[in-house]
Design a protein around this ligand. Structure first.
Ligand code: NAI
Length: 258
């Protein structure tokens, strides 16, 4: 599929973190297909450049920027480059995140692991919004979507940091949504279920058995596809969602309904 010159997002600019892989890459491509210019931001440089190349192959416009979302200077520099390259910012998808390395009950959970997960998965979202919002305010309107998780809705045994970070993303989303609703910036979140990405490959060990265990938790009997999250992000950024503010949209095949 090539880009749609008359797409909903023609002339608009989207900033996507964690764009080198999985959900971020699929969403960056989806924005580009709908005509947006896209800035792809990630710590992983070669894969991120590959995302930009994939967008150019579709006939879209993209720049790749190296950005660690825990570093305010990186985030600011990436957004400066966005304005330098494309003149504005309309949409941001704050999606960079890491999975827990090992499960442990709360009292045995390593402080270092706690700090790292909270730093990337929660504080990173705050830092991105802190520097994106002033740019979006200059356009007079725009939308931000933050990536939470099923772990933002329910507790995950053995994963206190990831659960706290993803619950935190929803709280942060609601607070920011109220702060900027009157100024036409809508802030929402997505809560993906098990999505078939490189992260999920690490989580399941990539084995048939590991995958089957995860799929067994999904009432629909399959994992989600990154494109299914991308579709929700694009909808949340669209005018069709003009009245949707501070919402945490669950896209999980029914996993957290049970
Ligand atoms: P992924 O591992 O395939 O992609 C995540 C990307 O984030 C990678 O490219 C990685 O380099 C980047 N990243 C990690 N730390 C970063 C940092 N400090 N600064 C900038 N970039 C950084 O993961 P996936 O599955 O695409 O996940 C994306 C988001 O969705 C994450 O926030 C994850 O927690 C969330 N999520 C994923 C689910 C899944 O089943 N795959 C389920 C629910 C939520």
């Amino acid at each position: 599929m090539t880009t749609n010159e008359n797409g909903n997002y023609t002339g608009k600019v989207a900033f996507v973190t964690g764009a080198a892989s999985g959900i971020g890459r699929a969403t960056a491509l989806a924005f580009a297909r709908e005509g947006a210019s896209v800035v792809v931001a990630d710590v992983s440089e070669p894969s991120n450049q590959e995302t930009a190349r994939m967008i150019e192959e579709l006939g879209g416009q993209a720049i790749a920027v190296k950005c660690d979302v825990t570093q305010a200077e990186d985030v600011k520099a990436a957004l400066d480059k966005t304005v330098e390259a494309f003149g504005r910012l309309d949409f941001a998808f704050n999606n960079a995140g890491i999975e827990p390395r090992k499960a442990a009950p709360t009292a045995e959970y390593e402080e270092e692991e706690w700090n790292q997960i909270i730093d990337i998965n929660l504080r990173g979202v705050f830092l991105c919004m802190k520097h994106e919002i002033p740019l979006i305010l200059k356009q007079g309107r725009g939308a931000i979507v933050n990536t939470s998780s099923g772990a933002g809705i329910i507790g995950i045994k053995g994963s206190p940091a990831y659960t706290a970070a993803k619950h935190g993303v929803i709280g942060l989303t609601k607070a920011a949504a109220l702060d900027y609703a009157a100024q036409n910036i809508r802030v929402n979140a997505v809560c993906p279920g098990y999505i078939d990405t490189p992260m999920m490959g690490r989580f399941t060990g990539g084995t048939d058995e590991g995958r089957a265990q995860v799929i067994a938790e999904e009432p629909v009997g399959r994992m989600g596809k990154p494109e299914e999250i991308a579709a929700a992000v694009l909808w949340l950024c669209s005018d069709a969602a003009a009245f949707v503010v501070g919402h945490a949209m669950v896209i999980d095949g029914g996993q957290t309904v049970q």
